[in-house]
Every structure is written in C-alpha cells, then in structure tokens.
Design a protein around this ligand. Structure first.
Ligand SMILES: *Cc1c(COP(=O)(O)O)cnc(C)c1O
Length: 225
C-alpha cells in the first residue's frame, strides 16, 4: 500500500498553500478523500492520519466498506460523488451524509420522498455538466438555476452547493469559474470541484470541497464488480 499518511500530509499542505494564495482560510476547503476501489485498510490508514471526510461513487461498494468503519469512527462523513439510480435512493439516504450527484428531476423527487420517509436529510449538491458532454451526468449550465429552484424550493431538498467534473481533455479553470457563477446566481455557497490533478486551480476559483483520490491512495488498479 502507498504511504497514505504521508500523501495526506502533503495534500493538506498544498491545499493550505493554495487557499492562502487565494486569500482564503485553509479551513475553508474540505478535503474529500475519494476511496473508491480502495480496500478498507487504506481508508483506515487515512482515518488514523486524521482524515474524516470520504467520497465513494457507488452505493454497493460504500455499503460493503463503510458501516464497519463508522462503528470505529462515528465522526466519519461519507459523500456520494457518483451517479445514483433512482431505485437506490433509499439506500443512499440511509448510508451517505452528503449526496453530491443530484442531477435530474426523477432522482430529486425520489430523494425528497426517502428523506421524508427516513427522517434523515443528507446535504445535497446539484451536479452540473459544465462541458455539456452527452455521456456525462449533470444538468446543463443553462438548466441549472431552474433545477436548483425545483430541488430546493419546490421539493424541499437541503441543497447546499454545486458539483462538477470538467471534460478530461480541457482546461478546467473556465469550468470551475462557470460553476461558481451559477452558484452565486442560485444563492449557494458550497462548490465541489477539483480532483488530484487540478485541485489547486479549483481552490483559486473558490472550491469549498476538493475530491482527491489517486494523490492520496495511489493508482486505482481495479474496478470492483
Ligand atoms: C474518482 C473521482 C474523483 C477522484 O479522482 P482522482 O483523480 O483520483 O483524484 C473525484 N471526483 C469524482 C466524481 C470521482 O469519480
């Protein structure tokens, strides 16, 4: 296993430096350690090094790893960062503390219904497909404000921010700036943007949550079935 504690310390330093460079407090940026495909032992190494906020992109995988970890670390916070099927909304509400990938009306309705049923209200981010890529999840930028209003004001979801994954082959900065401007227009204060390769750019443009996987845990060798 790679040096998770050492990598975490290095990433935290880089986050603090990027925040100070943007005249921001280092603690205004939350590091979400993305543990998808990594074994529970890697997550435990991060927990032992003080990390508490984690991201997973699949309900099934999170369900197999996190309930046991939570027993030992009750203050752990788990974010869903991947696409969610409507029929898994109930499991997601039960398991996650934050859902960053709310991206369509049918899902928003299913989440609202499950929150009422379970009496549990994980904070939500609306995922915006800033690059308007057909294969990628997220609402298009021109539809984002209306979708925020629907989710937050009509359905009553606790919408706190926006999330984006810029196109792989493009400069991320314009996408981060676009996400920020949509958040400002929508009255949302949280921005989940930036991954291993571009989190410093994202922080300069206002990211409050950066999602970092490989720079902490090393390469993802396998994708679990
Ligand atoms: C995997 C993943 C990340 C982390 O990517 P790295 O490049 O490994 O840091 C961030 N966000 C989402 C949505 C992901 O699926």
């Amino acid at each position: 296993m790679s040096d998770v504690a050492g990598n975490l310390a290095h990433i935290r330093n880089r986050i603090a430096k990027a925040a100070r460079g943007a005249d921001r407090a280092p603690d205004s940026v939350t590091l979400v350690a993305v543990s998808k495909t990594q074994p529970a032992e890697a997550v435990e190494a991060a927990l032992a090094a003080g990390q508490r906020v984690f991201g997973e992109n699949r309900v099934q995988e999170a369900k197999s790893k996190y309930p046991a970890l939570r027993e030992a670390w009750p203050d752990l916070e788990l974010h869903l960062i991947g696409p969610l099927q409507t029929n898994k909304a109930g499991e997601a509400i039960a398991l996650f503390d934050v859902v960053q990938s709310v991206d369509r009306e049918k899902l928003a309705r299913a989440l609202a219904k499950e929150m009422d049923k379970q009496g549990r209200r994980p904070a939500c981010f609306i995922q915006v497909n800033t690059g308007e890529e057909p294969q990628k999840a997220g609402v298009f930028p021109q539809d984002a404000e209306a979708f925020v209003a629907l989710s937050r004001d009509d359905l009553g979801l606790p919408v706190r921010g926006l999330m984006c994954i810029p196109p792989f082959e493009e400069e991320p900065a314009p996408h981060f700036a676009l996400l920020r401007s949509i958040a400002e227009r929508s009255g949302l204060s949280l921005l989940s943007m930036g991954m291993s390769g571009d989190f410093e750019t994202a922080i300069a443009l206002g990211a409050t949550h950066v999602r970092v996987g490989t720079a902490i845990f090393g390469a993802r060798l396998t994708q679990p079935a």
